[in-house]
Design a protein around this ligand. Sequence first.
Ligand code: FAD
Ligand code: SF4
Length: 470
Amino acid sequence: MDKKERLEIPRQKMPEQDPKERIENMKEVPYGYTEEMAVTEAKRCIQCGKNAPCIKNCPVSIDIPSVMAFVAEGDFENAYKKIKENNLLPGICGRVCPQQEQCQSECTVGKLKKNKECAVGIGNIERFLADWARTNNKEIIVPAEKKNGWKVAVIGSGPAGLTVAGELARKGTEVHVFEALHTPGGVLVYGIPEFRLPQEIIDSEIANLKALGVKIHCNRIVGQSITMHEMLDEYDSIFIGSGAGLPIFMNIPGENSLGVYSANEYLTRINLMKAYKKQSQTPIYTPESLAVIGGGNVAMDSARTALRLGVSDVKLVYRRSEAEMPARAEEREHAKEEGVKFDLLTDIKEILKDEKGWVTGIKVVDMELGEPDEYGRRKPVEIKGSDRIIDVKSVIIAIGNRPNPLVKKSFPEIETNEKAGIKTDPETLETSIKGVFAGGDIVLGAATVIKAMEHGKRAAKYIDEYLHSL
Ligand code: FAD
Ligand code: SF4
């Protein structure tokens, strides 16, 4: 097939649940590609070669053109092997990575068509391959032939911790992961809802790591159940991947009212503690109206989850315009289709409450966009005299998260920055303490799954070098 023919193939859209049906259940929204669709989509790739822009824009440098070539020939097994060379968790990344801003952002097909939406559906194909390998028992698990004698402790079982653990286990290192919660997975389990990332996908990726020899110890809070100093005595090296799970609040009047949740608490109750199930003991407040404050993935997840719990009027209050929203484009579209109402260029000033302390509404003000800030995003500026009240009975605050200070408290000698993130060497990810490495959100602040994984992969390389220097 020549380039012209490839460029004529239309982008294959994943079939998905109807919006009216899906807000009644927690099942995953897209059904995924069929084999035929995956092959057709892969044929759209025009094979840009070793310097392909998609490879350059993939944080873990997957050889995407080779993957596409295998899929186009229907050779899913080799395509999957190729992905796994660089990415230990493709079933997760295929679902939650912001592909539009990464591998797909500069795809030549999108550029030639002058429409980013026409880029090759790399994420959809990654998702397809991971599902194909899982359902056809083609998982690639190659445990190390022999142990190398070293022992490493990993704090936190989010994507950073799981990646470092898998990479080191592949080299024959004994790896013990310590997780504070009763289920491993970090934000993948307690934050991202099942309709975006089903639990069975995470379970299967974790089972693969266990098959590599990784030991996961849940309900173990480092800093309480075991101290960092005890760990340093027992292990040759430590990786800290404790994430950024501490919610940021707005410090506005009424924030302590009844019916106000941080997005973390709200989503943890529902995803981890299964509050959406009838038999669950976890209480959750589901009034008829609710406002979510924020414009990222966390805000979108909270709003879409509230709809599924039966809240009929869900508003998303965001102080910039949709163009500045950090949420994945697909999540924004899904949220709108499902009925979330976007209240854009609107900032919250106060949460109003009744005499018993329950939320009755929010006082907001209209905004306009001013000059760009230091990150290039246009600053929202308040329009004087535009105050108005929105009637809602609950408020979910989803404006960001910070690193949890627990590890630092247990280990005050480790250097941190002004936002409580752990300071590391930018290349090796070694902290101020020799042999102790850190990565993911605890270093980057609230970032992305693939960035956490890239840190995990890089830290594994330098931990291995450090172990060899002992
Ligand atoms: P985490 O995933 O936060 O994992 C850290 C783990 O460490 C947790 O399990 C925690 O319990 C454990 N821990 C903390 N302290 C201790 C301790 N003292 N002892 C033992 N264990 C400890 N990113 C995307 O790329 N795409 C998305 O669509 C997306 N959606 C998101 C939706 C939500 C609701 C949220 C909250 C985040 C989302 N993100 C998304 C961001 C992404 O999930 C994070 O950037 C990523 O999970 C960070 O990985 P991590 O391994 O650094 O930390
Ligand atoms: Fe294929 Fe797009 Fe990558 Fe080029 S940039 S190799 S067309 S996926």
